[in-house]
Design a binder for this molecule. Structure first.
Ligand code: NAD
Ligand code: ZN
Ligand code: ZN
Length: 401
């Protein structure tokens, strides 16, 4: 079967790999119909993880079940399913409590497992024609419809970025009426903003410096802020100051709440420096979150910070150690949430929002490709050029649109 594998920094290849076989009676084999390229794949592509060459990548996967082991009870051949990027057993202490992002049994090296990802266990990725699904009863989300229908893109986004964006809004405490700033207008940031809009936030700002992505933020109901035009935090303060009704509703002293209630870092450790975007500044988005959020507010860190980072500039950063304005964090009395999203906690309800027509996350999808075009798509997505915002690989006759 054809699959995308990592070949070293800035290199992926499409080549032949053995089709997976059932390892255990609880497994299933999935024939993939669509697979996404995630911003997280770019950390590996950029050589910023310790991924071994030859590993098949991809953790946003949907398709049709081709075969199930004899112990699989609720999923059968022919079912249409999407897989959470987290691989989870369903019975350990953490899975039991809904923390499938921290499954204790699927990865001997750490408390979390995923398809085709550095440090996330021995699992083959899903940018491939077939993928093995461990504990299929637990890990498959059943879907209605047929491959290539009008829901295909929306459902694919249930594997990762839609639940992840939603989780970011949970980490940041977004609820009806609150004001939100989201740093990063990649797929995760855009869908964190969209989730905030769906939840009824009163104002949602999205910060980036890529015009096509900011345009999508606007289409999703957010206010776009280009950090290339000046300090984005000051810009948000200014916009809020100009809002007459907001100002009139303040009692004396309340003007100190010039920022927002909730801030989301949807960028992570490869953040660009606001003033010199050609350079990296790993804590840029996080520092802006701490500045823009009002006293007693909440910050959700959904963009990843990964160590070891072979591409970092100094030894501390290689180990993921960064300085952090802890005094500001403390004096404002902020709440902070971090980590991998537990996709299963949200994917059923988000699926039902899609089915009912109340959510269309696929608005963020920019490109559909065939698997042979993956090397070019990785390169363009990595450079964020030509409007490459979210790329989906289509398999089978309905490939590429
Ligand atoms: N926690 C999780 O479970 C989880 C799941 C999926 C992805 N992620 C992570 O979320 C992050 C975003 O992923 P994505 O798919 O949206 O990828 P992406 O890399 O396409 O998006 C990042 C965006 O941030 C922008 N950016 C860079 N520096 C910035 C700055 N200083 N201020 C504002 N914006 C800036 C970039 O221009 C880009 O548009 C990545 O770190 C990814 O690994 C986390
Ligand atoms: Zn991802
Ligand atoms: Zn578990």
């Amino acid at each position: 079967m054809k699959a995308v594998s990592y070949k070293g920094p800035h290199k992926v290849a499409v080549s032949d790999h053995p089709k997976p076989k059932l390892n255990s009676s609880t497994d299933a084999i999935l024939k993939v119909t669509t697979s996404g390229i995630c911003g997280s794949d770019l950390h590996m592509y950029d050589g910023r993880t310790e991924l071994k060459q030859g590993a098949v990548v991809g953790h946003e996967i949907m398709g049709i079940i081709e075969q199930v082991g004899e112990a699989v009870r609720s999923i059968k051949k022919g079912d249409r399913v999407v897989l959470p990027f987290n691989i989870a057993c369903g019975f350990c202490f953490n899975c039991h409590r809904g923390y499938t992002n921290a499954c204790l049994t699927m990865n001997p090296e750490s408390a979390s497992a995923a398809y085709g990802y550095a440090g996330m266990g021995p699992y083959q990725g899903g940018q491939a024609e077939y993928v093995l699904v461990p504990y299929a009863d637990f890990n498959c989300l059943k879907l209605p419809g047929t491959p290539g229908d009008e829901w295909e893109d929306d459902f694919l986004l249930l594997a990762d970025v839609f639940p992840t964006g939603y989780h970011a809004s949970e980490l940041a405490g977004v609820s009806p009426g609150k004001t939100v700033a989201v740093f990063g207008a990649g797929p995760v940031g855009l869908l964190a903003a969209y989730s905030s809009v769906l939840k009824g936030a009163s104002e949602v700002y999205v910060i980036d410096n890529i015009a096509e992505r900011l345009e999508k933020a606007k289409d999703l109901g957010a206010v776009p802020i280009d950090f290339g035009q000046g300090d984005p935090v000051e810009r948000i303060f200014e916009i809020r100051k100009k809002h007459q009704a907001t100002q009139q509703s303040h009692r004396p002293g309340e003007e100190k709440m010039q920022g927002v209630d909730c801030a989301i870092d949807a960028v992570g450790y490869q953040a660009r420096d606001d003033k010199k975007p050609s350079q990296e500044n790993p804590t840029q988005a996080l520092e802006n979150c701490l500045r823009v959020v009002n006293p007693t507010g909440s910050v959700g860190i959904i963009g990843v910070y990964i160590a070891p980072d072979p591409g970092a500039r100094d030894d501390q950063k290689k180990q993921g150690i960064f300085s952090f304005p802890l005094a500001d964090f403390f004096s404002k009395g902020l709440t902070i949430g971090t980590g991998q999203a537990p996709v299963k906690k949200y994917n059923e309800y988000l699926r039902d929002l899609i089915i009912s027509g109340r959510a269309r996350p696929s608005l963020i999808v920019s490109h559909h490709i065939k698997i042979d075009q993956a090397p070019e798509a990785y390169s363009k997505f990595d450079q964020r050029t030509d409007g490459y915002t979210k790329v989906l690989i289509r398999f089978g006759e309905k490939a590429a649109a």
